[in-house]
Design a protein around this ligand. Sequence first.
Ligand code: 5GP
Ligand code: ZN
Length: 140
Amino acid sequence: MLFTSLYIGVIWFTILFCRRWGTIEKMDCIFCKIANGEIPADVVYEDDVILAFRDLAPQAPVHVLIIPKEHIATLDDVECSDEHRELMGHLMVKTGEIAELLGLKNGYRLVNNCGEDGMQTVKHIHFHLLGGRKMGWPPG
Ligand code: 5GP
Ligand code: ZN
């Protein structure tokens, strides 16, 4: 009986620990797998902290996703820490360079879908870089 309770306790602790630190979320994350090379992608730019790759279902002639390599689920999970400020600043600065690299001389659109109402389907923060045609407004 004692051993059974102990066993159940250890399992619960492990589940709660993994949930608290997002371990399960990271293990399941498609974009983490792309970032670490487990899943192939058409990469257009990479450095130590960010990755840009073509979207599997492009919505414009150019449709690239820009992600931090670190798993951050949504824009709401970006913290006010120096590390996150530096990371997000870097990502924004590099976005302009990536757009230039892709020949988007006439402008582009940068989109972040956040959470349920934002219709975010992949829970690893990403920015859609869309270009190569005139965009419609308002978005749906
Ligand atoms: P969201 O709807 O979360 O803003 O955007 C997720 C995007 O990821 C979608 O545009 C979808 O086409 C793209 N996507 C989903 N899975 C994959 C994948 O395995 N590889 C690539 N390259 N794009 C993906
Ligand atoms: Zn991830």
